[in-house]
Design a protein around this ligand. Structure first.
Ligand code: GPP
Ligand code: MG
Length: 290
């Protein structure tokens, strides 16, 4: 782990609950996940989130021997488009600002943020494997002095209060209690700082958790929250939404293309069912710290 002058040592262990230990074990042992490694190999940005936007149908045509390569490139393009959209909503981030990627995975979104803003980026993850992988990517790109990944819990980052211009979570809030997470993000953000959340959430209107949503939870060892829980927890923690975008329709083509790829993992149909039946939404929420 990289230590920095702005992360203070905490005495509390990073992993505090059996659930957190199970989640860390899941990511620590997912080291040969082809769907994420093959996509990341395209340009060295390794993501752990899904894609948005229409795919180019021509990738399904043409020579058979290069079909998978075309699909892989297209899935990766859609995942990077998702990260770009998230970064579009961080507001102005000057090069001397600091930002946090809460649940930073293999580092893709953090590296894109540094590329775009030239600012200092810290990422935290409870998977030591992911932290090591992401720091190696920052080294390879020659930005390890500006983009650093830490084995830390997003609920207790050890970063200084009011030190950050922006915080984001890119499909990671389904692993945490929203009140605990948003309390920590509110502590870290300067007044007027921006929090951006991209997440899948269940639909309060259709009632309890659908079978498709339950399958997604069990596939990833996560706990998808209802839509209402996000807005209640934001409001309770001084985070005031400025924009909410329902990305559900834009999320579907990625899953349709992925279902036709040799990299499909078996969870594709659950996302397609959940999105099309309306029991699950894919949202971007941008909120300001007041
Ligand atoms: C993708 O990770 C994201 C999660 C596991 C969190 C769950 C997200 C929801 C919107 C419910 P990944 O890129 O490692 O998944 P996969 O291996 O399936 O591509
Ligand atoms: Mg993935």
């Amino acid at each position: 782990m990289t230590t920095t002058p702005t992360t203070t040592p905490t005495t509390a262990p990073v992993l505090r609950t059996d659930y957190q230990r199970a989640v860390a074990a899941y990511w620590d042992t997912h080291q040969h996940d082809d769907v994420n490694l093959r996509l990341g190999d395209v340009d060295g940005l390794y993501h752990h989130h899904y894609g948005i936007g229409a795919y180019d149908p021509s990738v399904l045509d043409g020579p058979r021997h290069s079909r998978e390569q075309r699909i892989t490139g297209e899935l990766h393009r859609l995942e990077s488009a998702q990260a770009d959209l998230l970064l579009d909503h961080l507001g102005p981030v000057p090069p001397n600002a600091r930002v946090l990627d809460a649940g930073s995975g293999r580092g893709g979104t953090s590296l894109m943020a540094h590329q775009r803003f030239g600012c200092r980026v810290d990422g935290v993850s409870i998977s030591q494997y992911q932290v090591g992988f992401a720091n190696a990517q920052a080294e390879r790109r020659g930005v390890a002095d500006q983009v650093r990944f830490h084995f830390r819990n997003m609920l207790d980052t050890g970063l200084a209060a009011a030190s950050l211009r922006a915080v984001w979570t890119n499909e990671t809030t389904m692993y945490v209690d929203l009140h605990e997470a948003f309390a920590e993000f509110a502590r870290l953000l300067e007044r007027g700082g921006r929090y951006v959340c991209v997440t899948g959430c269940s639909n309060d209107v259709t009632g309890g958790r659908s079978q498709a949503v339950s399958r997604i939870d069990s596939h990833y060892t996560c706990n998808i929250h209802p839509r209402s829980a996000y807005f209640a927890a934001l409001a309770a923690n001084g985070l005031v939404p400025i924009e909410v975008i329902d990305l559900t329709a834009q999320a579907i083509p990625y899953w349709e293309l992925r279902a036709r790829s040799a990299l499909a993992t078996g969870i594709e149909q659950s996302f397609l069912t959940a999105y099309t039946e309306g029991s699950f939404h894919y949202l971007l929420i941008a909120a300001d710290r007041v």
